[in-house]
Design a protein around this ligand. Structure first.
Ligand code: GTP
Length: 186
């Protein structure tokens, strides 16, 4: 079977250690959830995703958790169409790192903006919450991204992450055109 490069998408999942990046990806790709924590080095998963009536072959790169000193490498940006930036709603430091990681990608790639979804993982642990939805909404507005809260454990909004990411990617490839007949003032 040949794969149409026009239907191929690469998504990279970044964020602090232990925020549930692998759990999110495995829940999405394999419909499985594991309680045990096993630090990731780096793994690529593949899945077909239908978005807007089109079937995309999506490679999802699950990365080792970052901190403020981790450098963004070309593997995290080269040929990458979209980014999923994950924090845990129970960990404010992991939320604070999202802006840092976002800015590093922008600096490294030289792009003005990136197709991106900010994901507040572990929303099942509401009693341990340190980050409010209004805070991520504000961050998403300021960096021009989508956002969603998820629980890999309860499979809440997991598929939505990748739908939103494909939507952001398609928006950047085919930006919405102004309605015909409207006058644009330069
Ligand atoms: N309550 C709850 N726990 C979760 C959820 N997702 C992951 N966990 C747990 O959090 C721990 C870390 O999950 P991982 O998916 O390994 O986290 P990671 O971000 O990939 O970690 P690194 O590989 O170190 O970057 C594991 O013990 C998971 O079972 C969730 O949605 N809710």
């Amino acid at each position: 079977m040949t794969i149409d490069p026009l239907r191929r998408r690469k998504i990279v999942v970044l964020g602090s250690r232990s925020v549930g990046k692998t759990s999110l990806v495995i829940q999405f790709v394999e419909n499985q959830y594991y309680e045990n924590y096993c630090p990731t080095i780096e793994n690529t998963y593949s899945k077909s995703i239908k978005y807007n009536g089109v079937e995309y072959d999506v490679d999802i790169l699950d990365t080792a958790g970052q901190d403020e000193y981790t450098l963004i490498s070309s593997a995290h940006t080269f040929g990458v169409h979209g980014f999923v930036l994950v924090y845990s709603v129970t960990n404010r430091n992991s939320f604070d790192l999202i802006q840092t990681v976002h800015d590093k990608i922008i600096n490294y790639s030289g792009m003005g903006s990136i197709p991106c979804v900010v994901v507040g993982q572990m929303c099942d642990l509401n009693d341990q919450r340190q980050v409010k939805p209004t805070e991520v909404q504000k961050l998403a507005e300021s960096i021009g991204s989508a956002w969603v809260e998820t629980s890999a454990r309860q499979n809440t909004n997991v598929a939505k992450v990748f739908d939103l990411c494909l939507a952001e990617i398609e928006k950047s490839i085919n930006p919405p055109q102004p309605a015909p007949g409207k006058c644009i003032i330069m």
